[in-house]
Design a protein around this ligand. Structure first.
Ligand code: ADP
Ligand code: MG
Length: 476
């Protein structure tokens, strides 16, 4: 029986340590006669002491097993003599063994001196009969037998859907998944409500948090055609409007008169549009006015902060989680445009450079940006996996998404849904069997019907995030 930190807790803490450095020491503490409660208290004390002498990140209790004859604890500490002494002082009756060596190998349960029992380690050699599906990312545990359902990182390139009514657990589930994905790939979260930093903190995951960086309307490295396509989609322009925009931009580019300031840019652009409509008809004037209204929203107030005319896109990291706080963009239409343009430019940049992105993007409240979208999101879903750009589409309203969005998700996690329409749409696209389907409208928080390519049929499962959170309390 694990008392402190089981496999899930290890999953959250180990990579952080590995990332930091490799020369930690693992202490195996064998205690034969101390009650569980006493051990827990001492470990908490150890946590506090470690923190008080300044090791704010480098400590973790990894795992423990207890039987009737005693407990084995596994603790990782930075290589510091003071800490070793401390440990000995705290567990005077225990038999303490120190292991060093290649921490990564040890923790992954690889060959060599595997110290920690493999059944306490995340996602490794659990034995064919113990896991439902395999992979690096734990998604949930089956309700009937608590067996874990894993997915491989590569399965995420073909996109993920997380559905459920408000409060059903979508954001928590997504946080749980990306906290694991972030160790393997780059993860960008468009944080619609500003919830991710605290959620990630709760489960001990590392991340960086960003104010939305200014987004260039005409990114340096992209063709005008692409810019216009993206703007057409982001602003819901009619064909005619986008045609005008295209001609104007092209002419400005040819004459090399694109100004740097947003305000001037809009003026110059609209002036160019005007010139092109030598004798504007009423209809054309209306088109110009509509175009103007839309572009003006970028240059007034908030827009100025989050958009620029030219520039390059944010540089992507190789690995780790970046939370982009789009909740700070207060004007909803602006927020939508921002997320959509960001995503589109990301994709088209990879396309034009013929590179892969190795990036998972979380789109929270996806119905806001993908509901009447027939272009950006559907085409990214259909094409982006070649570029290793995987989306996690999170929404309370799957039925309002373009049908291709549902079709193009590979991993689906469905929390409780109340609307008959949502239930119908999701059940149909996932072929959820009738006996599960009837449960969909009354699943408890954190429970979900999960489908992945490795599963023969969708499974009823829970997301073990509470297990993780409560077991992380002893980690600093
Ligand atoms: N798997 C889970 N285990 C335990 N509590 C959960 C779980 N998922 C969600 N919760 C709790 O339920 C509440 C709502 O979760 P949240 O993820 O914000 O829902 P949603 O994003 O669907 O609105 C939160 O307080 C969260 O802590
Ligand atoms: Mg949410």
């Amino acid at each position: 029986m694990a008392i402190m930190a089981g496999a899930a807790a290890a999953a959250a803490t180990i990579p952080r340590l590995i990332k930091r450095q490799s020369d930690y020491k693992i202490f195996e503490i064998r205690i034969s006669d101390a009650p569980k409660r006493v051990i827990e208290t001492r470990l908490r004390l150890l946590s506090e002491l470690v923190r008080s002498i300044g090791f704010s990140h480098g400590f973790a209790t990894i795992a423990s097993t207890c039987s009737r004859t005693g407990c084995n604890l596994y603790v990782i500490l930075p290589p510091d003599d003071k800490l070793e002494k401390l440990l000995e002082g705290l567990f005077p009756e225990a038999d303490i063994r120190v292991h060093s060596g290649n921490l990564e190998t040890v923790l992954k349960g690889g060959r060599g001196d595997t110290i920690i029992p493999s059944n306490l380690l995340p996602g490794v050699e659990l034995g064919q009969d113990q896991v439902v599906t395999r992979g690096e990312i734990l998604i949930g545990k089956r309700i009937e037998d608590r067996r874990p359902i894993y997915a491989s990182v590569d399965e995420f390139w073909r996109h993920t859907g997380v559905f459920g009514t408000t409060g059903s657990g979508k954001t928590t589930t997504t946080t749980f998944i990306i906290s694991q994905l972030g160790r393997h790939v780059n993860v960008i979260v468009f944080d619609w409500h500003g919830e991710y930093p605290s959620n990630l903190k709760k489960i001990g995951a590392e991340y960086q948090e960003l104010d939305p960086p200014p987004l260039p309307i005409i990114p340096d490295n992209l063709d005008i055609e692409i810019t216009v396509n993206v703007l057409e989609d982001a602003f819901d322009l009619t064909r005619h409007q986008s045609m005008l925009l295209y001609q104007a931009l092209k002419s400005m580019k040819r004459r090399d008169v694109i100004p740097n300031e947003l305000e001037e840019f809009t003026d110059a652009l609209l002036a160019t549009v005007e010139v092109q409509q030598a004798v504007p008809s009423r209809a054309e004037l209306e088109i110009r006015a509509a175009l103007e209204r839309r572009l003006r929203s970028l240059v007034t107030g908030e827009g100025r902060k989050y958009f620029s005319v030219k520039g390059t896109l944010m540089k992507m990291s190789e690995r780790g989680i970046t939370v982009v706080r789009v909740d700070r963009i207060l004007l909803m239409p602006l927020r939508r445009v921002y997320v959509k343009m960001f995503l589109a430019f990301l994709y088209y940049t990879a396309l034009s450079r013929n590179t892969t992105l190795n990036t998972i993007v979380v789109i929270e409240e996806a119905h806001n940006i993908a509901s009447n979208d027939t272009r950006t999101i559907p085409s990214i879903l259909a094409e982006a996996r070649k570029r290793k750009l995987g989306l996690i589409i999170v929404t309370q309203s799957p039925s309002s998404l373009h049908p291709s969005v549902l079709k193009n998700t590979n991993i689906r996690i469905v929390h409780t849904l109340k609307s008959a329409q949502d239930i119908a749409v999701v059940s149909r696209s996932m072929s959820i069997p009738q006996e599960l389907r009837v449960k969909l409208s009354r699943l408890p928080v954190g429970h979900a019907i999960i489908d992945t390519p490795q599963l023969e049929t969708p499974q009823l499962a829970y997301i073990p995030v509470a297990e993780l959170a409560s077991k992380l309390q002893d980690e600093i």
